[in-house]
Design a protein around this ligand. Structure first.
Ligand code: GCU
Length: 605
């Protein structure tokens, strides 16, 4: 090996030290480092970034981030990768969709780009915002490690102030999507494990006193005439001014030494609902900082086994959706989302389950505008290291990041803390803690989880049910569970005393060349399952909604039979997001019937 340099020392260390990553797993970038971005103008850092896959973490071991840019002929020591040159990839993107050889790549990858600053950096503050990086993202600026973030679907911020220099800076993000035993989700899921910087990356410049958080909502006390605003400002401002001009509100909010404050104001806003998605322009100023948002005011509550919106019981006519695209992987766009909502409208939906992780923030913004209700969730999915405090810290942080990102969205009515988890003591503690956390950060919404039926006793009973407002039930009678009579018996046996939402049901239906004409995986059989499910579920009075699985066929490694070929085919629409299967019309007709009955004030059987 090399004998002549610091590299030699580091190179030997890099070969022999398997604790190399410990200093870079601080998780210092988390919900506490978020800032409020509504109304701010970001500098986009999207576009071409230098890129290299790094299966063995050679970059961390050899400290690629510490290399200085220089022409190859001037380098005095050999190197394995030069972050300042070579291939580039577009951001946002999932590396699996960019190159055949990267399709199943799981590991680390390095993204590098220049960041040019003015000669006078001024007195302001600068924050990097990453919309989402699947799963662990470590931030380096000019060779310095600034922190890392766990969680593949929530935004995070890294303050660059004080680390930037005038002129050229170099930003390096190392993203790792390896599935492990202590992550959330763990290592076994029924969706494709994409990787990369797959949502927008931006730079925000703010005054020294920055508004970190703003939560504005109708007080859920049934009066529909009180609005609460909670504010957090970092940097010394001692008051903030809230303005909602259309309601004649201009309210000064005193801030404590911790920069937090809140105010209650009387107002009678037009209420937001799917039928009338009324939004108000809201602004907040504190010191030299100013942010905006467009907010709908409504009340969602559970009363007995009813879900009530603005005091009126409703049935959630829903569909589940993944964030998945045949060409783009997990990257989404406004056009992709508008198509999703248009298809949901054609299904006569008023509700969508955004499974199994936080979707792009645009989804809730569009749902606010178009009038859809949403279930949002964190990927506490199947088996999780429920007895691992570090895993709980990760799950709790992802939940709080989701809530702080979306709690001004009227469309979001349910925070879900998990999906199909085994009913163990450790899981109960873990998920009760998450449900309590959701209420602590947002007492205005309902909590839920997609639970499993107790098949041994053919009943809806899950110990978590007493700690959540709405019981989600995933049941696949007609598909994974053969005997439909059991579903009827479950209906008779169960008296949950809370609203139940069938958070999943459905069947695979392949279409096109090679699809079976009948039997399992045929479109005909899928349609038959939908017809029998609807016939059974409509008779259960405590079922207050459903979100069948799923709107579109989606990519997943584990589905490899001759009809699936790497895709889950339970979509009502094929992976082309255009070809509708027969079951689409069956569900659409049922929802139209429910919608018209509700409009006419009739009770549905
Ligand atoms: C499960 C799970 C989904 C999965 C679906 C299926 O209920 O929650 O993530 O895709 O069933 O098996 O198709």
């Amino acid at each position: 090996m090399l004998e002549r340099s610091a590299l030699a020392e580091n190179a030997l260390q890099a070969l022999h030290d398997e604790d190399y990553d410990r200093p870079y797993n601080t998780q210092a970038l988390n919900h506490e480092t978020m800032i409020f971005v509504g109304g701010r103008t970001p500098v986009s850092l999207d576009g071409a970034w230098n890129f290299c896959v790094d299966l063995l973490d050679t970059g961390l071991r050899q400290k690629w981030f510490a290399m200085q840019p220089m022409p190859a002929e001037e380098r005095s020591e050999p190197w394995d990768y030069d972050p300042y040159e070579g291939d580039t990839v577009p951001v946002p993107s999932c590396w699996q969709m960019l190159k055949e050889t990267w399709y199943f790549f799981e590991g680390s990858a390095w993204y590098t780009r220049p960041l040019d600053m003015p000669q006078d950096l001024g007195s302001g503050r600068r924050f990097l915002r990453v919309g989402a990086a699947q799963y662990d993202c470590k931030v380096f600026l000019n060779g310095a490690f600034l922190g890392n973030h766990y969680g593949g679907s929530t935004p995070f911020f890294c303050e660059l102030t004080g680390h930037l220099r005038p002129g050229r800076n170099w930003l390096m993000l190392m993203v790792n999507n390896t599935r492990t035993l202590d992550r959330v989700p763990m290592r076994n899921t029924d969706w494709f494990n994409y990787g990369g910087l797959y949502r927008e990356v931006s730079l925000f410049e703010t005054p020294t006193s920055v508004i970190r958080d703003l939560f504005v909502h109708l007080v859920p006390d049934g009066s529909y005439r009180r609005i609460r605003a909670a504010v957090e400002v970092d940097g010394g401002a001692r008051e903030a001014v809230l303005e909602i001009a259309e309601l004649g509100i201009r309210q000064t909010i005193a801030l404590g030494a911790d920069g937090r404050g809140e105010a209650l104001v009387e107002a009678r806003p037009e209420l937001w609902s799917p039928e009338s998605p009324r939004l108000y322009a809201v602004s907040l100023a504190a010191g030299d900082d100013r942010v905006e948002d467009r907010i709908g005011f409504r009340q969602i509550e559970r009363v007995g086994d009813e879900i009530r919106l603005n005091g009126r019981s409703l049935f959630l006519r829903g569909i589940s959706v993944h964030e998945d695209d045949r060409e783009l992987g997990k990257v989404t766009s406004e056009a992709d989302l508008r198509r999703r909502f248009a298809d949901a409208r054609d299904l006569n939906c008023n509700y969508l389950r955004l499974a199994h992780y936080p979707h792009h923030e645009m989804a809730a913004r569009l749902a606010d505008e178009l009038g859809f209700l949403l279930w949002e969730e964190i990927p506490v999915y199947w088996a999780i290291a429920f007895d691992n405090p570090a895993t709980y810290r990760d799950a709790r942080n992802q939940l709080i990041e989701l809530i702080k990102r979306d709690r001004n969205r009227a469309s979001v009515i349910i925070w879900s803390v998990g999906n199909e988890n085994p009913d163990t003591d450790a899981r109960l503690d873990f998920m009760k803690g998450l449900a309590d956390t959701a209420k602590a950060f947002d007492p205005t919404r309902l909590t839920s989880a997609a639970c499993l039926v107790n098949h041994a006793r053919n009943r809806i009973e899950d110990r978590l049910a007493e700690h959540i407002d709405v019981i989600g039930i995933n049941e696949y009678y007609g598909w994974y569970e053969e005997n439909f009579e059991d579903l009827v018996e479950i209906g008779r046996n169960s008296d949950p005393g809370k609203p139940v939402v069938i958070s999943e049901t459905g069947a695979d239906g392949a279409i096109g060349e090679g699809a079976p004409a009948r039997g399992l995986f045929s479109e005909a059989y899928m349609t038959e399952v939908y017809e029998k499910q609807i016939e059974t579920l409509r008779a259960l009075s405590y079922v207050k909604g459903m979100s069948p699985w799923i709107l579109y066929d989606f990519r997943v490694e584990r589905r490899q039979n001759i009809f699936q070929r790497g895709f889950n085919k339970k979509g009502l629409i094929a992976a082309d997001k255009a070809t509708r299967k027969d079951a689409f019309a069956v569900l659409s007709a049922y929802y139209a019937e429910r919608r018209d009955a509700e409009a006419g004030g009739e009770e549905m059987a």
